[in-house]
Design a protein around this ligand. Structure first.
Ligand code: SAM
Ligand code: SF4
Length: 469
């Protein structure tokens, strides 16, 4: 049994990062057993679930959409806020009942919660229905952990609290046939004081650019139209392994593969260089959509958050992006109720939002995370004040996203059609170049294609449109 240790997880530069290739072959021991994977959290978790499915399928397990039918259920978890924890613990309660009626059912926990000391201790003591826990750093060892559980019937906990490695060629089953996630950098070294990611995902580790480009070339050959380059801070790409190769160089190389759309997420303002803005502006197939988390408009709070930029730095970068990247859209993340945030600090945030007029924003109430510096800060903001600020912020944010959408009215834009609309099964849906969701009046045969769409109606969170030939 290997359990997590948050103090070890914080250490940096203790071990050399190993670059290896996936080499686990335990035969088809899955023997047709059915698996069900439930994903919580960010795009990186979505992509990790694609790897979990890939590994399980390589060992002879088969997917099922019906959880009641599953022989093995894996929860790929998120730890970013307390409510992410609550969802998983709540669901484990439901699974406990399933286990009563199917005693051979296997239940496993992967993802960021698996890397947390308190969580694993709680699972060990209170959640006996969990058969195995596999951390983020040793996800490539998942099959060995499951096989060991099946062979010995003993509970398996394997979580490593070190800086992490880079394992290439993990089998993957992608959700989409048109749009693919591609990891470019794992982990994070920023240590924003509120954030648990540097502890659960390890140090910043870039993949070699040759491996990334060759993955994208394969995707192009297989008919993919879009790739999204993934990392907690993609703008730090290359810093750990190269002297003079950055995200700007990588974006350029990926753009030249001929893939029709390149996206990237998430950007940290601190590492965003002029060259990166120039490359985004230069290549038509690098999409004009940037998710640029602000977190707060108050310099005092930004400093307490250890964000390493001021509101003036942010605004300068923001204006540069807007002026250089044609038809760009910019979205952001904002936290309200960080310890010490006064009404004046919050108004600074509102002021910046009013100035930037973001296309959209993910807004959060501060949630203290065990062992992070912000969790130990004393000037705690009461829940009702946090909720009031969140509500006021959302009103402003929604006003601007509605305005941004209104500006799209009557335009003819290119959409990558991704599937049937969730709003209306007679329609399809897709995304514009600047990442707006459109419900499209058009035939299902459009799915998987980039087509012209005329925007006919604009709401706060989506657009309506009609296919034009
Ligand atoms: N790496 C990205 C960045 O630096 O912006 C995103 C990290 S996180 C997956 C997504 C967002 O969750 C953050 O941008 C932040 O706004 C929010 N978040 C992270 N920790 C939080 C916390 N303790 N309480 C509330 N929101 C939090
Ligand atoms: Fe968390 Fe900050 Fe790293 Fe983003 S940059 S993952 S918010 S520590």
């Amino acid at each position: 049994m290997k359990t997590p240790n948050m103090l070890d997880a914080k250490k940096r530069n203790q071990n050399k990062i190993e670059y290896t290739s996936y080499n686990i072959d335990l035969g088809k021991f899955g023997n047709g057993k059915k698996y069900y994977v439930r994903t919580y959290g960010c795009q990186m978790n979505e992509h990790d679930s694609e790897k979990i499915k890939g590994m399980l399928s390589s060992a002879g397990f088969v997917p099922t959409e019906d959880i009641m039918n599953a022989d093995i259920i894996i929860l790929n978890t998120c730890a970013i806020r307390e409510n992410a924890h609550d969802k998983v613990f709540g669901y484990l309660g439901v699974l406990k009942h399933m286990k009563k009626s199917n005693k051979d059912l296997l239940i496993g926990i992967c993802g960021c919660m698996a890397q947390e000391e308190v969580v694993v201790n709680e699972i060990l003591n209170k959640y006996k229905q969990v058969d195995f826990v596999c951390g983020t750093h040793n996800l490539d060892n998942l099959l060995s952990i499951i096989k060991e559980k099946m062979d010995t019937k003993k509970r398996q906990i394997e979580v490593l609290s070190y800086e992490g490695d880079v394992v290439e060629n993990i089998p993957v089953i992608r959700e989409s046939k048109y749009s693919a996630w591609v990891d470019i950098i794992y982990g994070c070294d920023k240590f924003c004081t509120y954030c648990i990611v540097p502890y659960t995902r390890g140090t910043q580790r870039s993949r070699h650019h040759e491996d990334i480009v060759s993955e994208v070339e394969d995707l192009v050959k297989n008919g993919y139209k879009e790739v999204t380059l993934l990392g907690q801070n993609v703008n730090a790409y290359g810093k750990d392994i190269y002297n003079d190769y950055t995200l700007a160089n990588l974006l350029e190389e990926v753009a030249k593969t001929g893939i029709e759309r390149v996206r990237f997420v998430t950007s940290h303002p601190w590492d965003f260089t002029d060259e990166m803005v120039d490359v985004i502006a230069k290549y038509d197939n690098v999409m004009p959509y940037i998710h640029l988390p602000l977190q707060s408009g108050s310099n005092k709070i930004l400093k307490l958050m250890n964000r390493r930029y001021t509101s003036e730095d942010y605004l300068k970068l923001y204006k540069q992006i807007r002026s250089k990247v044609k038809d760009s859209s910019v979205t952001t993340d904002i936290i309200v109720g960080f310890p010490g945030e006064t009404e004046e600090d919050f108004e600074e945030t509102l002021k910046l939002v009013n100035e930037c007029k973001f296309d959209g924003a993910f807004t959060f109430a501060f949630s203290p995370r065990e062992n992070t510096p912000a969790a130990k800060m004393t000037d705690v903001i009461p829940e009702d004040v946090k909720m009031d600020r969140l509500h006021r912020l959302n009103e402003v944010v929604n006003k601007y996203s509605n305005e941004a959408n209104q500006r799209m009215l009557n335009k003819i834009v290119k959409c990558l059609v991704t599937g049937v609309s969730e709003k209306d099964e007679n329609k399809v849906c897709g995304y514009t170049e600047n990442m707006k969701l459109v419900n499209i009046d058009g035939p299902k045969s459009l799915i998987g294609n980039i087509v012209n769409v005329k925007i006919t109606d604009a709401k706060s969170f989506s657009l309506d449109g009609v296919y034009v030939e």
